[in-house]
Design a binder for this molecule. Structure first.
Ligand SMILES: O=C(O)CCC(=O)C(=O)O
Ligand SMILES: [Fe+2]
Length: 331
């Protein structure tokens, strides 16, 4: 008897576009991706937490791998058999394809384990932490975001332990991605706009120590960014933050006695060019070549050589149209 793999088609409609995605379901009937409601929340809020289909055994294995990896150099951690097993789970690629509205996607940044370690008191109050930490990591225009496929980096933060509010749960400002991306659309020169999307940190009130200083994000909505109250990304082990980090977010002090354990997977749609700083480009070239050597042939597509889809040449000096008022561009 011939057995077909079960499939389910999910209609999707957003911003007047309609498109259908075919989602595969696994043996237990779990849809391997996101629901329509989750996809529209991603569009509107820029970040949300979703469930995953994994078993306790898998989570235990990956948490042990996470524990090992923080004691080992990245080069060893990245080719750990359990890490490779994690990377090859079709679930992550399925989520990235849906969110990016793409037929094909690949990783676009160092996939890896990230910690948020306990910090001793004294603690900053919430307002002070937000002022200290609020930033974006990526610049893209609204046209980049609304394109099909989306022209952004998609960040998946998979949690291998619980993230209660006080274990350094990341703070996000839902919806801030849209006015900020619209701002980049409006103020950038055509030449600079053509270099988006690019990985580039920008702060609402940058400190002189920030790499991008004096570039900044002005207030764009009725309440100033730094007076708004961000939302803690609280999650259970096995859940995942799906985020467009063109929106404002911040790291937060971990007040508990155990670290927060994330495995971060950054994705981009195949065919989209993503700019990044030269040091990231060089590190990634090395990491991806290790990964391709370690992955089975059918999965090397996940880590293509950055030369084929990334660039660094624009990172010479800052962009004057992004400067804080009062700074002379010198032009
Ligand atoms: O770890 C976190 O909660 C946030 C980290 C972050 O925003 C970053 O690394 O850019
Ligand atoms: Fe960030």
């Amino acid at each position: 008897m011939f057995l077909m793999r079960p499939r389910v088609t999910v209609g999707w409609n957003c911003n007047t576009r309609t498109r259908s995605f075919v989602q595969e379901v696994n043996r237990d009937g779990w849809i391997m991706g996101m629901t329509e409601a989750e996809l529209s929340t991603f569009d509107k809020d820029g970040a949300l937490v979703i469930d995953s289909p994994f078993t306790t055994d898998q989570l235990d294995r990956w948490e042990k791998m996470w524990d090992r990896s923080v004691e080992q150099p990245t080069e060893v951690g990245i080719v750990d058999p359990d890490f490779l097993d994690f990377l090859q789970q079709p679930y992550f690629e399925a989520v990235a394809k849906q969110c990016l509205r793409a037929d094909a996607v690949h990783l676009c940044g160092g996939p890896g384990c990230q910690n948020r370690d306990p910090e001793p008191p004294p603690y900053r109050d919430d307002q002070a932490q937000w002022v200290w930490g609020a930033h974006v990591d990526l610049q893209a225009t609204l046209e980049n975001f609304d394109a099909t496929p989306r022209q952004i980096r998609l960040d998946l933060w998979f949690w291998v332990n619980d993230v209660p509010e006080n274990r350094g749960a990341m703070r996000v400002l839902p919806g801030s991605h849209r006015p900020i991306m619209e701002h980049w659309s409006r103020i950038l020169t055509a030449e600079h706009r053509a270099e988006l999307p690019r990985i580039h940190g920008v702060w609402p009130a940058p400190r002189e120590a920030c790499g991008s200083y004096p570039e900044y994000i002005p207030d764009l909505v009725a309440t100033p960014w730094l007076e708004q109250e961000p939302v803690p990304v609280v999650a259970r082990r096995g859940q995942m933050l799906v985020a467009n980090q063109c929106g404002l977010h911040s790291a937060w002090q971990n007040r508990l006695d155990t670290t927060r354990k994330a495995i971060v997977l950054p994705w981009v749609a195949k065919g989209v060019r993503l700019g990044m700083p030269p040091n990231q480009f060089d590190d990634l070239t090395g990491e991806f070549s290790l990964l391709r050597a370690a992955l089975p042939a059918e999965c090397t597509r996940l880590a293509p050589d950055p030369k084929a889809w990334s660039f660094t040449s624009a990172y010479v000096g800052n962009w004057p149209e992004l400067f804080m008022p009062g700074f002379d561009s010198g032009a």
